[in-house]
Design a protein around this ligand. Structure first.
Ligand SMILES: [Fe+2]
Length: 67
């Protein structure tokens, strides 16, 4: 389970990087695409945070279960 979470976290981080790049490329050139990329970036950051929180909870549960 933790491995799957790590893979999904890495996927979200990859998406965050891609949307940041898109924002860099479109800054001051294409405001519509820039704003779209910003909106999606915010969602991807939320996804990553959710998965990190889930992983923390899972790690705590595993730690408690092993005592
Ligand atoms: Fe995502």
């Amino acid at each position: 389970m933790a491995v799957i979470l790590d893979q999904n976290i890495a996927g979200e981080q990859c998406a965050i990087g891609a949307y940041k790049q898109l924002m860099d490329v479109t800054k001051d050139k294409d405001m519509v695409t820039y704003n779209l990329a910003l909106t999606i970036l915010e969602q991807e950051v939320e996804h990553e945070e959710d998965l990190q929180n889930l992983k923390e909870d899972l790690d705590l549960m595993v730690a408690r279960g092993s005592k």
